[in-house]
Design a protein around this ligand. Structure first.
Ligand code: DX5
Ligand code: ZN
Length: 220
């Protein structure tokens, strides 16, 4: 079985000490950097934008997993590949022409991801799953770190896994929001491949150890 991945979300990092926190992730057992881009329209919060991401990718030594919580994401696909994004995830709810958006992301050489809000049903991906490299299931409502995990996520993972297997797709399942060492193993057992963790990693005194514990729990 392939290794399960951990993607710390820099949203919970200390923005005044970003380089320090990035170096910590570089040295850790984490697999990807998860980058949350919010526009204040799709979600009721604004995180950070292109100049900050440019500063971040000067120091990162692992793949960049960008989660766009923005309207009209098509406008910025080229921008994000130029900024060093390896995986570009858009929200299902923000895409009128999802199939076209996925092709545009892949045409730039990035992996294409689709994120679903907690209210968005898995069966809406019936006709696109074979075009999607990664589905990001939101286990909180997007917009803020530090919220509590929504338990219905487990049902959604199981439904998505069934869809992926039935369609013969090779899509990865990523979970984002309220992930910690209490639920990591259960999420993987339900079918997840990648776990995002923000507050649980960066609000701890020993983030390096926390990442190690998440990685161990996810692969136990
Ligand atoms: C929320 C973001 C998450 C967030 C997760 O909208 O998509 O990536 O950073 O934070 P925690 O792990 O604190 O729930
Ligand atoms: Zn995210």
């Amino acid at each position: 079985m392939s290794s399960k991945l951990i993607a710390p979300s820099l949203l919970a990092a200390d923005f005044a000490n970003l380089q320090r926190d990035i170096e910590m992730v570089n040295q850790s057992e984490a697999d990807w950097f998860h980058i949350d881009i919010m526009d204040g329209v799709f979600v009721p919060n604004i995180s950070f934008g292109m100049p900050v991401l440019q500063a971040i990718t000067k120091h990162t030594k692992k793949p960049i997993d960008v989660h766009l919580m923005i309207v009209e994401p098509d406008r910025y696909i080229k921008t994000f590949v130029d900024l060093g994004s390896d995986i570009l995830t858009v929200h299902y709810e923000a895409c009128t022409h999802l199939h076209r958006t996925l092709q545009a992301i892949k045409a730039e050489g990035m992996k294409a991801g689709v994120s679903l809000n907690p209210h968005t049903n898995i069966n809406l991906l019936e006709d696109t799953i074979n075009d999607i490299d990664l589905v990001l299931i939101m286990s909180v409502n997007p917009g803020f770190g530090g919220q509590s995990f929504i338990n219905n996520t487990y049902n959604k993972i199981a439904q998505l896994k069934e869809l992926i297997v039935r369609k013969g797709a090779s899509t990865l399942i990523e979970i984002d929001g309220g992930v910690n060492t209490e639920n990591a193993k259960a999420l993987i057992d339900a079918g997840a491949d990648v776990l995002v963790a923000g507050s649980f990693v960066f609000k701890n005194n020993n983030p390096l150890e926390i990442i190690k514990e998440l990685k161990t729990a996810a692969n136990s």
